[in-house]
Each structure stands twice: as C-alpha cells, then as structure tokens.
Design a protein around this ligand. Structure first.
Ligand code: BG6
Length: 519
C-alpha cells in the first residue's frame, strides 16, 4: 500500500505562442494512407489553427489512387474532423487550410511521375507559392529508395531559389545492411542537414521532458549512475493488436517495430551524458555514444538475455481479443513476435554493470509507456516494518503516456508512536499542473522539420548504431527455434520468461496493473 503525495501545482502556465514554420510547399507521398489521415493531417490542422503557418504554405498530396483535388479535400476533412488527435474542429480553421490542399496521383516507382510533379511545383511557384519544398515520405518502406532517387534524378532535391528537405518515416531499413544502403542513397541526393528521419517518440512532450528533468535540475544528476542506481526498466505496453497492419507487422515484429527505434531512443535519453548545448548535433552526438557503448549480444547472450513472445487469445478489460495467429491477414502458423524483452548493458563509466530491461508488446494488460529508475537499497534496514508495509528502494518513474508525469517513491514515517516506515509516492502530473493540452508529437516534429531544426530527428549514424544493436538479435532469433507461440494471453503482462529474465538478477518488472494504479 502506498500513500500519494501530490506535487504542489505551480501557477498554471500560459501556453506560449508557438513559433512559425518557414514558408514552404509540403509534398506528402502516401497521402491516402493511414498515417496521413490519423496523424499528419490532424497535426497540420492544429498547427494551422494555432497560427503557425505562413501565408505561403501549401500541401500537395501524392497517392496512387486517382482523386480530384475536391475528393482529396473531402477525405482529409473527414479524417481531421473525426480524428481523436486534433483538438477542436472548427469549420473556419479548416476552410483556411483546405484551400491550400491539392492532390497529384501517380506511381512513385515511375520516373515520368517526377517530371509531372516537377511541372506541378514549377506552376505553383510561378503563381506565387514558396520556393521551399519539403518532401514527406509516408509510404511503405520499399518506396523510400525509389522516391529519393526519383527526386534526385528530376532535380527536385535542390532548389536555386529556396531549400528542399526530406522527412523519412520509419522503418528506416530492416537491418544494418539495408539501413546503410538507404542512407547511402539518401546521402547522394540530399545533404544530411536536409534529412529528417522521424521517430515520433522524440516528439512526445514527456520524452523531451527526460532531458529537462535530468539536465534542468541539479539534484538528480549526482545520483544518476551505477553508484546509486540498481537497474532501469523501460516499458512500452499497448492494448492494441496489429489492427489493419498485418502485412507490415508479419515482416516486422515487435523488436524492429518498437525496440529498434522508440525504445532505444528512450534508453539513450535516460542514459546519455549531458550535451554541451541543446542543439541537434550536440544531443545526437551523446545519444550515439550510448548506442556505441551498448554491449553487443552473441548467440549465447541472445539465448539468456532476450525473450520474445506472441499473444494468444484473452481478454483486455472486459473485451475478448483474438490471438495474433487468428488476426485477419496473419499466417495461422506465424512465428512473428508481438512482444520483446531485452536485458541490455551499457559499457561505460557511468553505467557499467547496471541492467537496462526493455520490454515492448502488443495486447498487454494496459496502455503504458514508462521509464522506471530503481535505486539501490539503503545499506542497513534501520526501521521496523509490517509484513504488508516495508520500505522498498526508491523508484523514479517517468510516465511517458497515458498519465504523463513523474513519480518518486520513497519511505516516510507512519504517524504514531512507533518508528514505522510506509512507502509513499510524490507525483507530478502534466495534466494537473499544466492542464490537459500536451502538444502532439507530430505537431512538434512537423513544425521542427518546417523550421529546419533537426534536434528531435535521428541522424544517419544514430540509425545505423541502433541497427548494430538489433541486427545480431534478429539474426540469432532467426537461427534459434522459436518459443512455443503463443506464450502469453492477450490482456496479461507478457510471457512468464520475461519475469524470469529480471528475477535471475533479483530484479522485477513493475506489473502493469501496479503501474496503472500508481498513475
Ligand atoms: C509505431 C508502431 O511506431 O508506434 C506501432 O509502428 C505502435 O506498432 C506505435 O502501435 C505506438 O505509438 P504510440 O505513440 O501510440 O505509443
């Protein structure tokens, strides 16, 4: 049992006015796809409503489906109005954005298409549109290279009168070799400063707050190391299954989909050294150092320090959920993992010997992304406790979502004549302190890309360093016989083997139900 101590709310902060994007034409490849509907258009709408766009801002949607400008606008309006992401839908705001939308259909694999795109952009520039262009690649991964090459060959990747940038969605390759190959192609066409590789976790307010918490306060940094920290747990639990993405997910799995990017980014921000400045290269330099220090796994390590899982049927809340192999579009004998847990070590001065347990999975008990930093026990147990109540080591838990905030648990004296300890939690909640309006990740990232600020995007060497950690694990899993899938029930905390992984070191994962209650 623990008592909750609410952190004293500070004065309610006025939302500072957002900076303005540079004037530009945003060309979206994959404009009829899911991401454009669910994330990009609602984020662009919110930015436009907040007054972040210049008068010279237009969007050209690209897709294979034949659509008129009118049909495209109607689809985008529906998607934005029905979006759970964008704040409030106002007809007047939408109308202002809608007139800036147009559509061009074509096959991004065909060279002719780029000539048509070039003609369209030239026409727009001639009638007063911005000479700056930003190409957003939100297509299946196989199209990324042809699009970059097409832009290069048609001369669209450079502009004499403005700039040209490219935003690339994940997955960025599927292993180290393919990521290197794609990076090579990109680097022959665009300068690295004009390349924005998206990892949407970096756009989340609470992910950025990890840096503020660590480097904006002096009290945590002195204890943020192996002398005081026992282990670190990083969790990304989802209740969702594969939804309509079976074809993609069958090829990808949890390790590539979540760990190779989002989870490693969370780990890097938790573990990195202070950057010399808060700018793109200083921050990314320190993250790369963390990735380079992660101890590579050989086959034996993979056997003993990784766990993969796949969900079977179960219930989440009160709702029955089918097993992964029963989901539409999934091979009934599939051995794709929907859960991955790793025990990683960072071989550097600060972290030597401290395990970083990382787990990500679909169809788990609750939706939760959290970093829990577990401190060492006091050297001596001085105070009396009851079997139900005893002082556990301190934990700093950074809740990335959905209850954004930070909690610190510690022991306090229970009122009374005896010197008895009780565990309490001190909570900072974003919603209670600042109100509920957390800026959406895609708003932050789109605005940064349009302003040319790459701090929250992954650099070429960073992506390759991430794959250097993940590829040996993928290769070993391909060699080893898969576990008896399914090995966890939908709605549970994941496979039992993950518990064993931590328990072998005398550690334990916070149970998802426990974390939920704390949130
Ligand atoms: C995406 C993955 O990158 O992140 C999805 O491809 C996953 O499978 C999603 O569901 C999770 O993002 P969030 O922001 O909901 O935690």
């Amino acid at each position: 049992m623990s008592t909750i101590v609410q952190a004293r709310p500070v004065e309610r902060a006025e939302k500072p006015s957002l900076p303005k994007a540079d004037s530009c034409v945003l060309v979206i490849f994959g404009a009829t796809g899911d991401l454009t509907k669910r994330k990009l258009m609602p984020a662009l709408y919110d930015l436009a409503c907040a007054g972040c766009m210049r008068a010279q801002f237009e969007i050209v949607g690209i897709g294979r489906t034949e659509l008129s400008d009118e049909q495209f606008r109607t689809r985008m309006k529906e998607a934005t109005a029905n979006s759970k992401e964008s704040r409030n839908f106002h007809e007047a705001c939408w109308n202002d954005l809608e007139r800036r939308l147009s559509y061009l259909s074509g096959d991004a694999n065909e060279r002719d298409f780029y000539l048509r795109l070039k003609a369209r952009l030239q026409e727009m520039h001639a009638s007063g549109s911005s000479p700056n262009t930003i190409f957003y690649v939100s297509t299946p991964a196989s199209l990324a290279a042809p699009i970059v090459e097409g832009l290069g060959e048609s001369g669209l990747a450079h502009s004499d009168s403005g700039w040209a940038r490219i935003v690339l969605e994940k997955p960025f390759g599927h292993d180290l070799a393919s990521a290197r190959e794609l990076n090579e192609i990109v680097s022959t066409v665009f300068d690295e400063k004009d390349v924005f590789r998206i990892d949407h976790y970096l756009g989340k307010e609470t992910v950025q707050n990890i840096l503020m918490f660590r480097f904006g306060n002096s009290m945590f940094e002195p204890v943020w190391n192996r002398n005081y920290i026992d282990y670190v747990e990083i969790t990304a639990a989802e209740t969702l299954g594969v939804e309509s993405r079976a074809a993609f997910y069958e090829e990808t799995g949890a390790l590539r989909d979540m760990v190779a990017n989002h989870m490693l980014q969370l780990l890097a921000l938790t573990a990195m050294e202070p950057p010399v400045a808060f700018d793109a290269d200083s921050v990314r330099e320190q993250k790369v150092q963390v990735f380079r220090s992660i101890r590579a796994m050989d086959l034996e390590d993979v056997k003993s320090r990784t766990v993969r899982g796949q969900y079977g049927s179960g219930t989440i809340g009160a709702t029955a959920a089918p097993g992964y192999r029963e989901e539409p579009g999934v091979d009934p004998h599939s051995n794709t993992e929907t859960y991955a847990a790793l025990e990683l070590y960072i071989n550097n001065w600060r972290w030597a010997g401290v395990p970083f347990y990382v787990r990500a999975g679909k169809r788990l008990a609750t939706k939760l992304t959290e970093i829990a930093v577990h401190f060492k026990r006091t050297p001596q147990a001085l105070f009396a406790s009851t079997p139900d109540e005893h002082v556990e080591p301190n934990v700093i838990a950074m809740n990335i979502q959905p209850n954004e905030g930070i909690s610190i648990s510690f022991g306090a004296k229970r009122p009374g004549l005896q010197m008895r300890a009780a565990p309490v939690t001190m909570d900072f909640s974003y919603a209670k302190t600042f109100g509920t309006e957390v800026t959406l990740a895609y708003e932050t990232l789109l605005l940064d890309a349009m302003r040319g600020d790459a701090t929250l995007f992954t650099r070429r060497d960073e992506v390759e360093a991430e794959w250097r950690i993940i590829t040996p694990i993928e290769d070993a899993w391909a060699q080893l016989p898969p576990p008896p899938f399914p090995n966890y029930a939908a709605g549970s905390d994941g496979p039992a083997d993950a518990e064993i992984l931590a328990a072998e070191n005398g550690h334990h994962w916070r149970t998802l139900a426990q974390v939920n209650a704390a949130g």
